[in-house]
Design a protein around this ligand. Structure first.
Ligand SMILES: *[C@@H]1O[C@H](CO)[C@@H](O)[C@H](O)[C@H]1NC(C)=O
Ligand SMILES: *[C@@H]1O[C@H](CO)[C@@H](O)[C@H](O)[C@H]1NC(C)=O
Ligand SMILES: *[C@@H]1O[C@H](CO)[C@@H](O)[C@H](O)[C@H]1NC(C)=O
Ligand SMILES: *[C@@H]1O[C@H](CO)[C@@H](O)[C@H](O)[C@H]1NC(C)=O
Ligand SMILES: *[C@@H]1O[C@H](CO)[C@@H](O)[C@H](O)[C@H]1NC(C)=O
Length: 375
């Protein structure tokens, strides 16, 4: 533990709002330097749906291509508020055996986005972006690894392009088939109250981005928590603010910043803050918009796509403040629509692959034998 972490650990114990003992996650992997990785860029076709008729546009998108001579590929898709660096432990573990294609999703960092947030960013649009990156890299197929809304992108990739995505390996978010009834963000937040923030990010993207742009580090830290740290009880459930519950908590605890959980190194956090400062938060809410979500569902319906036949695995964190994803997966009967499905649980908060990387990586190496890669 670095001296800084030790100070923060004692702070966490002293203020009492975090469940003791305040175990600080290991800063893994040590020495990971995001700035030493070079992004590739590609112009991708996309659709701007803000006007009366859809317009074809191109977006310049960034991605990482690590170990490009390996035969087997893992595409690693990040969620929110996150970045490609969320896979730093997996880059270290799998980056010499596999080729890794790691998108910087549209609207994040150096990746462009359509002008319109609300209806030009369906899950199919995200999948198109990834396929465009794979085309540019000359990668025919691979497995899709995702977490948070990146997991939804991987489900969509497996659903729409089974020939390119030979397997799906996800954290948390269960597969919800279009054979089920569509649920709005508001309905979701009734099932899982801590999904209230998705309603806020959809209904008040302007207000949300104002809050977060004023304090990107807090927006990131608020979410980058671990099982041993307990966020304020109304964090994530609020439909009118994202940071207000933490601001209150800071006042009550006489501190001026959200404690650093240690799930990432300071260097990685700084890199994330700088990335979010490039374009602001507004366009990173693209995966949560009511219209984009509905269009995604309607498109699946239209195509009659309800299930996946390729191998799929979900690792369900049991201490995720966002939701009890495992129960939800059972409620939605995900297993009925996944012909080759495995799942397991892990005692982490939201970011299992960051908090308990050894467990996550072991699950992946045990599962990957199910996947038939292209020769
Ligand atoms: C936009 O692109 C699609 C798919 O490539 C094509 O079918 C369509 O004709 C294009 N529309 C316009 C207005 O160029
Ligand atoms: C949107 O969010 C901002 C910031 O939290 C808030 O001040 C504003 O009242 C909200 N607007 C609506 C319509 O909810
Ligand atoms: C809050 O912090 C200030 C500055 O360190 C200190 O003077 C004050 O006593 C603290 N108050 C409480 C209630 O801990
Ligand atoms: C995994 O999925 C099956 C359904 O296919 C379910 O019965 C089981 O309880 C799930 N959870 C775990 C942790 O294996
Ligand atoms: C398929 O995945 C399961 C779950 O990880 C694993 O136990 C099993 O050994 C895998 N099968 C093959 C053939 O690799």
């Amino acid at each position: 533990m670095s001296p800084l972490s030790a100070i923060l650990a004692s702070l966490l114990v002293a203020n009492g709002a975090f469940a003791a003992p305040a175990v600080i996650a290991r800063e893994t992997p040590s020495g990971f330097d995001p700035n030493s990785y070079q992004k590739q860029f590609v112009q991708c076709n996309a659709v701007e749906r803000s006007g009366l008729t859809p317009q074809n546009i191109t977006l310049k998108l960034g991605y990482l291509d690590i170990n490009p001579t390996a035969k087997k590929t893992i595409v690693m898709v990040h969620g929110w508020p996150s970045l490609w660096t969320t896979y730093r432990n997996q880059i270290e573990a799998f980056g010499s055996e596999y080729r890794l294609i790691i998108p910087e999703n549209r609207g994040y960092g150096d990746s462009e986005h359509p002008k319109d947030l609300y209806s030009s960013n369906t899950m199919g649009d995200f999948v198109n972006d990834i396929e465009c990156m794979m085309d540019n890299a000359g990668v025919a197929s691979g497995v899709c690894m995702g977490n948070d809304f990146g997991a939804q992108v991987c489900w969509e990739a497996g659903l729409l392009s089974p020939n390119r995505f030979k397997g799906v390996f996800n954290v948390g978010v269960p597969f919800i088939s279009s054979a089920r009834e569509f649920k709005t963000n508001e309905q979701f937040s009734q099932v899982a109250p801590n999904l209230g923030y998705t309603f806020y990010l959809s209904n008040n993207a302007t207000g949300a981005s104002k809050e977060m742009d004023a304090d990107p580090r807090s927006a990131i830290r608020a979410c980058a928590q671990i099982a041993a740290t307990v966020p304020p009880h109304d964090f994530l459930s609020s439909k009118t603010s994202f940071l207000e519950p933490w601001n209150e908590w800071e006042k009550e605890n006489n501190v001026t910043t959200i404690p650093f959980s240690g799930i990432m190194s300071q260097e990685v956090e700084d890199y994330m803050v700088e990335s979010y400062q490039k374009q602001g938060f507004f366009n990173t809410y693209n995966g949560y918009q009511a219209n984009n979500r509905l269009e995604t569902y309607l498109n699946q319906k239209k195509l009659g796509k309800t299930s996946l036949s390729q191998p799929a695995f979900v690792l369900f964190p049991t201490r995720d403040p966002v939701a009890n994803w495992h129960d939800w997966s059972l409620q939605e009967e995900s297993y009925k629509y996944l012909a080759n499905f495995y799942n397991a649980t892990t005692p982490s908060a939201h970011w299992a692959h960051e908090e308990l990387p050894e467990e996550f990586n072991l699950h992946f190496t045990q599962w990957i034998g199910n996947v038939t890669f292209d020769a």
